[in-house]
Design a binder for this molecule. Structure first.
Ligand SMILES: Cc1cc2nc3c(=O)[nH]c(=O)nc-3n(C[C@H](O)[C@H](O)[C@H](O)COP(=O)(O)OP(=O)(O)OC[C@H]3O[C@@H](n4cnc5c(N)ncnc54)[C@H](O)[C@@H]3O)c2cc1C
Length: 300
């Protein structure tokens, strides 16, 4: 049996694609083909991972692809996409348990509808719960760390373990799960009872802030760079005279210099060349090394 057939028998044929363009699975809308792209459900996932590890097939895990730049030559081996088929959200009192493929915006909306406060900040972050735990995603003064109490992960050794949030080493856009090669299966949040109208007003306010300040009309991966200590990446880039600077179809957003936008037809090579140019210019002019928040995957 070849790899495609084995993956199909574990995850279901309808959940396995060959030579699938990653531009369909990233918010940047760039990136070459994944050799195999598998979108398993909770039951199929451990088997897919075990198969890849046994056969020493390169394995890449993605969520909603909203923080990724995938090389134009694509990704060899198996890309496991944790998405809709792992998207359950359960509510129990003030606790929400969400599977890793649930969209963060859906979890935030569920909390809001139940009058639970604490996840308003997450409403406009276009990631999955798993990706948000990995990144300790945050916005407008909130971050995952504030309400996440535990994550259930599949370890490198193939065990399913529930880890209290304190063991995830959550800090600015960081958790220790990638270095352990652990995969997030589920996350538990404990929220606080609040006022439904007040929560709705906060959500509306944050939405207005995002749409007025961020170039949401173009594909991107959000903030390209992490916030350097004592500075704002967008301000440094603007002060360096790079607003609107373009490489191919990739542009430093004219609305928010912290974003690189795909203005149409950008390749990942365009985006990467622009990123390198920004880093070099900002380092030369201000002595600040910008570090990418966007994760680079595959071959460029
Ligand atoms: C318009 C826009 C606005 C944004 N605004 C914000 C913001 O305000 N704040 C913020 O923090 N981010 C923001 N982002 C970035 C992005 O949405 C977050 O980083 C998000 O948490 C990524 O989640 P994802 O599911 O898309 O992960 P992906 O981009 O698919 O993956 C990100 C990383 O997590 C890993 N990963 C994903 N899922 C799993 C899993 N289940 N188990 C193990 N590893 C996994 C991947 O291997 C990769 O290393 C924005 C992006 C866009 C496009």
């Amino acid at each position: 049996m070849d790899i495609y057939e084995r993956l199909s028998s574990i995850a279901g044929k309808e959940n396995v694609l060959r030579d699938e363009p990653m531009s369909r699975h990233t918010t940047f809308r760039t990136g070459g083909p994944a050799e195999y792209l598998v979108s398993p459900d909770m039951d199929g996932l451990p088997g897919v991972i075990a198969f890849c590890r046994e056969q020493e097939i390169p394995l890449t895990v993605i969520g909603n692809g909203s923080n990724l730049l995938v090389g134009d030559k694509g990704i060899s081996g198996v890309v496991v996409e944790i998405g809709r088929s792992m998207g359950e959200i359960c509510l129990e009192g003030d606790k929400i348990t969400a599977q890793a493929g649930a969209l963060l915006s859906a979890v935030s909306a569920k909390a809001a509808a139940e009058g639970l406060t604490g996840l308003e900040f997450a409403s406009g972050i276009p990631g999955s719960v798993g990706g948000a735990v990995i990144m300790n995603a945050g916005a407008y003064g909130g971050e995952m760390k504030d309400t996440l109490v535990a994550a259930t992960v599949l370890t490198k050794e193939g065990e399913i373990v529930r880890l209290p949030a304190e063991e995830l080493d959550l800090s600015y856009r960081h958790s220790n799960l990638p270095e352990k090669e652990s995969i997030v299966l589920e996350a538990e949040f404990v929220l606080t009872e609040g006022d439904v109208d007040q929560i709705a007003a906060t959500l509306a306010d944050l939405k207005q802030k995002r749409t007025s300040k961020q170039p949401l009309e173009y594909p991107s991966a959000g903030s390209t760079f992490k916030r350097p200590e004592g500075h704002f990446a967008g301000k440094l880039i603007e002060d360096a005279g790079l607003k609107g600077y373009t490489v191919g179809g990739a542009q430093v957003s004219e609305k928010h210099c912290g974003f690189v936008s795909n203005k149409g037809g950008a390749t990942s090579a365009d985006v990467l060349e622009l990123i390198r140019h920004i880093q070099k210019t900002v380092l030369e002019q201000f002595g600040v090394q910008l570090e990418t928040e966007v994760r680079l995957l595959g071959e460029f």
